[in-house]
Design a protein around this ligand. Structure first.
Ligand SMILES: Nc1nc2c(ncn2[C@@H]2O[C@H](COP(=O)(O)OP(=O)(O)OP(=O)(O)O)[C@@H](O)[C@H]2O)c(=O)[nH]1
Ligand SMILES: [Mg+2]
Length: 368
């Protein structure tokens, strides 16, 4: 695959940063000796991508929210097809409320990614309807919604059919908040079309892709992966790289049901807490990464329990205090902690949810 024109600046094929050999701590750094070894097709990876790809080591970046937003605003000025990737496990945390503003008059397809982590008993057609409704609620006019898994390479063919239908000679931009799987999707498409696997750098850390990555797919289509927008309401932004591993589900979530009496508390590691304040004894079902440890205690001693055990029995934890959110539940509902998961409350009750300051906590009609 020809990656770029000879007279354009050289970019890292993994993250899109402009390659430079002067400043090791800046984006796009590659030692001169490594650059000298580049192959004919100009496919080079910067040092940050090399470390990310080979050792799963993340180097901090200096990009700001504004840099990402500027990039997206540019898309609105182009004539393009926009594929907005959202994370179906964290739909509210991954929707971009003002996306329509960014993309202007361009057509939008929505990919609700990471279907593989939801319980497989959930009906994809029902999930599609749910995503469609949520998109409508934020005023996004979509041509189609596709629920899929980029990592498992489910439904790539269906997506390409949709792209072919709506593309109309335009470039295709993949956009979304960080970590939803835009680059994983880009790779799955490239693999489907060319056989080349794992071209662009992906990682579990938010902020992997740093600039637009233009990939000619065939004679008349250019696919463009973009850096993710930072949505501060997502749990991922408050966790260390190590802890992130413990909360991002990699495979199907196994729900667990807890028979609770009022005045009992569940701790989700040290990251969130649910207090069953009032209501009749009932089953609460938790939907979190299978690796996240859940502890049941008495509500009465819960504050003390947290003070004593956060960071050891209750891991992972954050240095910030947890903030209180009270919900009066009338019918079967989910209380969602953005990016972490949710608890399904079956019957009328009062529940208090605690999460780190800044992390979104919301209630919705039960998904399951
Ligand atoms: N389970 C599951 N994980 C996925 C899927 N797609 C992506 N991931 C994981 O999600 C994490 C983020 O993936 P990326 O492709 O780097 O996400 P991105 O949207 O490009 O992120 P930025 O470049 O930071 O904006 C990685 O750990 C991926 O393995 C999927 O379909 N299922
Ligand atoms: Mg990316």
């Amino acid at each position: 695959m020809e990656i770029m024109d000879k007279n354009e600046e050289l970019r890292c094929i993994g993250c899109g940063a402009v390659i430079q050999t002067e400043a090791p701590k800046e984006l796009g750094y590659l030692p001169q000796a490594a650059l000298d070894k580049k192959t004919e097709d100009n496919a080079v990876y910067c040092q940050r991508c090399f470390r990310l790809r080979n050792y799963n080591e993340i180097a901090p970046t200096s990009l700001t929210d504004e840099d990402f937003q500027k990039l997206l605003l540019k898309i609105g000025q182009k004539n393009a097809l926009v594929v907005n990737v959202v994370d179906i496990f964290d739909l509210n945390g991954s929707m971009i409320p003002d996306l329509q503003k960014y993309v202007g008059k361009n057509d939008i397809l929505v990919v609700a990614n990471k279907l593989d982590v939801l319980p497989h008993s959930l009906n994809p057609a029902k999930l599609t309807k749910w995503v469609e409704k949520q998109m409508k609620a934020i005023g996004l006019k979509t041509k189609a919604v596709l629920v899929m898994s980029a990592k498992r390479e489910y439904d790539i063919y269906e997506l390409l059919e949709l792209v072919a239908t709506y593309k109309k000679n335009r470039d295709v931009y993949i956009v979304g908040v960080t970590n939803v799987g835009k680059s994983t999707l880009t790779n799955a498409i490239i693999k489907y079309e060319t056989g080349m696997a794992d071209l662009v750098t992906t990682s579990r850390f938010p902020g992997t892709t740093l600039d637009q990555i233009e990939l000619p797919l065939n004679d008349d289509t250019v696919l463009i992966d973009t850096p993710g927008i930072i949505h501060k309401g997502q749990m991922a932004h408050y966790l260390s790289p190590e802890d992130l591993k413990l909360v991002s589900p990699k495979k199907e979530i196994k729900p667990k049901t807890w028979q609770l009496n009022p005045d009992q508390t569940l701790f989700l590691g040290g990251l969130a807490r649910f207090d069953f304040v009032s209501g009749s004894k009932q089953g609460f079902t938790t939907y979190f990464d299978n690796e996240l440890s859940i502890h049941r205690t008495k509500l009465e001693g819960a504050d003390e329990f947290y003070q004593k055990h956060a960071g050891e029995l209750l891991v992972p934890s954050v240095s910030k205090d947890l903030v209180r959110h009270e919900f009066n539940i009338k019918t079967k509902s989910d209380i969602v902690v953005a990016g972490l998961g949710w608890i399904c409350v079956a019957e009328k009750s009062t529940v208090v949810a605690w999460a780190p300051a800044g992390v979104d906590v919301l209630v919705r009609k039960a998904l399951v």
